[in-house]
Design a protein around this ligand. Sequence first.
Ligand code: CP
Ligand code: NVA
Length: 316
Amino acid sequence: MNPVRSLRHLITDQDLSPNEIWKLFELTKELKESAPNKTFDLLRGKNLAMIFQKPSTRTRVSFEVAMNQLGGHALYLSSSDLQLSRGESIEDTARTLSRYVDGILARVFDHQDIIKLAKNSSVPVINGLSSDFHPCQALTDLFTIWEKRGTPHQCFGKGLSVSFVGDGDNNVTNSLLLLCARLGINLKIGCPAKYKISQGILDLAKSDILKNKVKIEIFSDPREAVKDVEVIYTDVWVSMGRKDEKERIETLSPFQVNKKLLSFAKKGAMVMHCLPAHRGQEIVDEVIDGPNSIVFDQAENRLHVQKAILTFLLKA
Ligand code: CP
Ligand code: NVA
C-alpha cells in the first residue's frame, strides 16, 4: 500500500489520511476473503510486542491471531511483568523493544504514555486503547458499517446517519468522532451534559468537520439523538480506570439502549457496541441479542481490520 517506507504510528485516527483509510478498508475486505494460509507471506518473520496495562479480550486475541495468520509472531507483555513495574521508563522500554521487534502495540491508562512510546520507538507503535482514544476500534466500526451497507468502492452511500448514545466523553466516542469527521459522516451524540464530548476533541476534528461539511450534534435527550438514524452505537458507562462508578451509572441510566429507544431510530437500524458490554446497564439483552444487533460481526472485524493495519504499518 505504501511503497515509500517511513516510520508510521497509529496513535489516533488522524494518523491516517482519508485515502489511506479507504485503502485500509479495501485491504481488510481482501484479507477477510483470503484463506489465512494464503496470507502467511505478508509478515513472515515479523514480531509484534504487545504491552497491556489494562485487561483485554478482543484487542489482545485479535492482534495475536492476526500476527499468526500473517506469518509473524506476537508477544503478550503484561506491564506488571515488565521492568516498567519496577520503574524503568516508558522511553527506555521503547528504545529497548525497538531493537528486538518490528512493531509495538500498547494499551495504556495515560494517553501520554503512548505518545512517549512512539517518540522513542524506531518501529511503528499502535494504540490498542488509551485514556483518550481507541483508533483500531473506530476503524473497525466504520469498516463494519461500510461492509453492512454494501456501498461501493470508497463511499458510504447516501443518507448514512450514526448516533452514539451514552458516555460521550470516552476513548471510543473520541475516536468515532475523529474518524466520522475524517470520512465525512454526520454524527449525533446523545449524552448527559456531565459526560459530553470535550471541546478539545471537537477542536482536534475542526478542520475535518469544516472540510467535509460534517454535522456533529449533541443531544441531552437520547430519543432525539437516535431519531431516524441508521446506526446506534453505545459503550460502557464506566470505562477502565474511571473512578466515579456510582455517579456515572445514575447519570447515564436514561441513556440505556433498549427496545423503546430503538423504536425511535430508522426501521432496521443497526446496533453496535465495541464490547465488553455491561448488559442491563448501557444495553439490554433483547437488543444486543436481537435482530438489529451487529455487535459480534463488529467484534469479528477487529481481526480483519487489525490484519490490514499490521500489513500497512509493518510490511517491508
Ligand atoms: N473492544 C475492545 O477493545 O475490547 P477488549 O477490551 O476486549 O480488547
Ligand atoms: N471505553 C471502554 C472501551 C473498552 C474497549 C473502556 O475504556 O473501558
